[in-house]
Design a protein around this ligand. Structure first.
Ligand code: NAP
Length: 264
C-alpha cells in the first residue's frame, strides 16, 4: 500500500485549472500547452518569442494568456504573475521548462555561455518559484513541475553547465517535495531522454530512442495526472541511464567513455 500510493495528488479534471507554462514558445513547452488547452485548462504562456505563443492562443482565445518575459529578469517574471492573477484570479500549476543549452567541453570553458545557461535554467526557476511558492504556501495548494533531464543524473561529456543546472534542479525538486508536502503542494520532477526540438538540433551525435515533443507532452501530462514524483521517459532509455548512474565512478566513467567512442 505504502509503495503503491502516488507521491503527489492526482489530477482528474483540468478544466478551470490555471497553468503557467514557462518556456512555452517552442518544443516540449508548446506541446504541453496545446495538450492542456485541449483538456480544458486555462494556460498562460511565457517565453521571449511571442509569435508561436500568439498563434496557439488564437486557436483557444478564451483559455489562453500570452505573457512574454525573459525569465532572467525578476521584474518581468513578477509582471507575468500579476497578469495571471488578474486574468485567472489564481495560479494552480507552474511548469518550468525554460532552458538554454549549448554543447560545451570543459576544455573550452566558455563563461559567457556558462552564465547564460545558469541564468535561464536555474536563476529563472528561482525567479518564478520565489514569487509563487509563498502564495502557494499561503493558500495551501498548488503544483510545481520542474523539467530537468537525464543529463542531470551524473556528469556527461560536452554538457558543462547544462548538466550541472539539471542536477541542481533534481536536488531542488527533491527538497521542495519534502518541504512543501506539508503545505498540500505537489512537486513533480521531469527527466526526459532525447526529444526532437531546436535544443537537440544542436547535437551532432546520434540520439538513441529520440521522441517527438507531442509524445513528451503526453508523458508529462499523464505523469501529473497520476501524481508521480519523477516523470521520466522514454522508459527503456531512462531506466538504462538510471542503472548506469548508480555505478561506482571507475565503471561509470568506463561505460560513458565507451559509449562516446563508439557512437556515430
Ligand atoms: N529536447 C530534449 O531532448 C530534452 C531532454 C531533456 C530535457 N529537456 C528539457 O525540456 C525543456 C524544454 O526543452 P525543449 O527541448 O523543448 O527546448 P526548446 O524548444 O529550446 O524550448 C526552450 C524554451 O525555453 C524558452 N527560453 C529560453 N530562454 C529563455 C529566457 N531567457 N526567458 C524565457 N524563456 C526562455 C524558449 O523560448 P524563447 O527562446 O522564445 O525565450 C523555449 O520556449 C528544457 O528544460 C530542457 O532542458 C529537453
Amino acid at each position: 500500500m505504502f509503495l503503491r500510493h502516488p507521491l503527489n495528488q492526482s489530477i482528474e479534471e483540468w478544466k478551470g485549472l490555471s497553468v503557467w507554462v514557462v518556456g512555452g514558445s517552442s518544443g516540449i513547452g508548446l506541446s504541453v500547452a496545446m495538450n492542456l488547452l485541449k483538456k480544458g485548462a486555462n494556460v498562460t504562456l511565457t517565453a521571449r518569442t511571442s509569435r508561436p505563443m500568439e498563434d496557439l492562443a488564437r486557436k483557444f482565445p478564451s483559455q489562453t494568456l500570452v505573457s512574454p518575459a525573459d525569465v532572467r529578469e525578476k521584474n518581468q517574471v513578477e509582471h507575468c504573475i500579476r497578469n495571471m492573477y488578474e486574468k485567472w484570479k489564481t495560479v494552480d500549476v507552474l511548469i518550468y521548462l525554460a532552458a538554454s543549452y549549448s554543447p560545451i567541453l570543459a576544455s573550452e570553458f566558455d563563461n559567457e555561455v556558462n552564465k547564460e545557461i545558469l541564468d535561464v535554467n536555474l536563476t529563472g526557476f528561482l525567479n518564478t518559484a520565489s514569487v509563487l511558492v509563498p502564495k502557494f504556501c499561503k493558500s495551501t495548494s498548488g503544483r510545481i513541475v520542474i523539467v530537468s533531464s537525464v543529463a542531470g543524473y551524473r556528469g556527461l561529456p560536452n554538457s558543462l553547465m547544462y548538466g550541472a543546472t539539471k542536477a541542481a534542479l533534481i536536488n531542488l525538486a527533491e527538497t521542495m517535495y519534502l518541504d512543501l508536502r506539508p503545505f498540500g503542494i505537489s512537486v513533480h520532477l521531469v527527466t526526459p531522454g532525447f526529444v526532437k526540438t531546436r535544443l537537440t538540433n544542436k547535437n551532432s551525435f546520434a540520439m538513441p530512442m529520440i521522441i517527438n515533443p507531442d509524445k513528451a507532452a503526453e508523458n508529462i501530462v499523464k505523469g501529473m495526472e497520476q501524481g508521480r514524483f519523477e516523470i521520466h521517459f522514454p522508459k527503456i532509455f531512462t531506466i538504462i541511464m538510471k542503472t548506469i548512474a548508480i555505478l561506482p565512478y571507475r565503471m561509470y566513467f568506463y561505460i560513458i567513455d565507451f559509449i562516446v567512442k563508439t557512437r556515430v
